[in-house]
Write a protein of this length. Structure first.
Length: 258
């Protein structure tokens, strides 16, 4: 039993400082919950300051929160600087903040396209760049980006071009940054979830026919739960994945295997 416990220590995050964007709810909150249980001092960042504070309060003394719009460069640099100054380091970043505007491409305005790009693509870059600056000075770290099955698939159940395009960008950004920062000891990976049972797909869940179609195209026949995605994120962020970088891990019930 002692040997088994020591092997499982590879999934512990004791002493590490973790930052989770979009941490107030859904996948972000489930990840923060798991990280604190694994021993990490975890900062929940979210554009909704009150929700982030309330979420952090449920997680105990290892959790804290700050307000952040990931699309604002100056705010990103300031917040990550404050976290590093207060805690001495940043070891883990989970780039989870995201949004979707599910509209036909011919009806998607340039302004709405840009809103999604700013959060889903530029925000991921800004936060990764800010975190990496601190990680490189302290000897390395781990970054996990939230991509999507729609980043490697055309989908087709409904129009969602700005989300699909930006999540595809996250997939290749993950690979490019993994190669660029490997020499500095930073591992960069991503998860690609299927439809997850959160408020993020609230409008989809209101359509029973669409939900039946989603389940029918998923070999396991159901939505993912936030905790199931968080489990994969913990693996990629932990020492257990020390030889894994540039990888996109599908948490999709077999959707991409078809």
């Amino acid at each position: 039993m002692k040997e088994q416990a020591s092997l499982l220590d590879a999934f512990r995050l004791d002493g590490r400082v973790a930052v989770v964007t979009g941490g107030a709810r859904g996948i972000g909150y489930a990840t923060a919950q798991l990280f604190t249980a694994a021993g990490a001092r975890t900062v929940l960042l979210d554009v909704d300051e009150a929700a982030a504070a309330q979420a952090a309060a449920t997680l105990g003394p290892l959790a804290s929160s700050m307000q952040l719009d990931v699309s604002v460069e100056g705010d990103v640099n300031r917040v990550f600087g404050e976290i590093a100054a207060a805690r001495g380091r940043i070891d883990i970043l989970v780039n989870n903040a995201g949004m979707a505007l599910r509209r036909p491409s011919t009806e998607l305005s340039l302004a709405d396209w840009q809103r999604v790009v700013d959060v889903n693509m530029t925000g991921v870059f800004l936060c990764a760049r800010a975190a990496a600056g601190h990680m490189l000075r302290s000897g390395g770290g781990a970054i996990v980006n939230t991509a999507s099955i729609m980043g490697v698939s055309g989908g087709g159940l409904y129009p969602n071009i700005s989300y699909q395009a930006t999540k595809g960008a996250v997939v290749n950004m993950t690979r490019a940054l993994a190669v660029e920062w490997a020499g500095g000891g930073i591992r960069v990976n991503a998860v690609a979830p299927t439809w997850v049972d959160t408020d993020f797909i609230g409008s989809l869940k209101a359509n029973p026919e669409l939900m039946d179609r989603i389940r029918s195209v998923t070999p396991l026949g159901r939505l993912a739960q936030p905790q199931e995605v968080a489990n994969a994120i913990l693996f990629l962020a932990s020492p257990a994945a020390a030889m894994v970088t540039g990888h996109v891990l599908a948490v999709d019930g077999g959707y991409l295997a078809q």
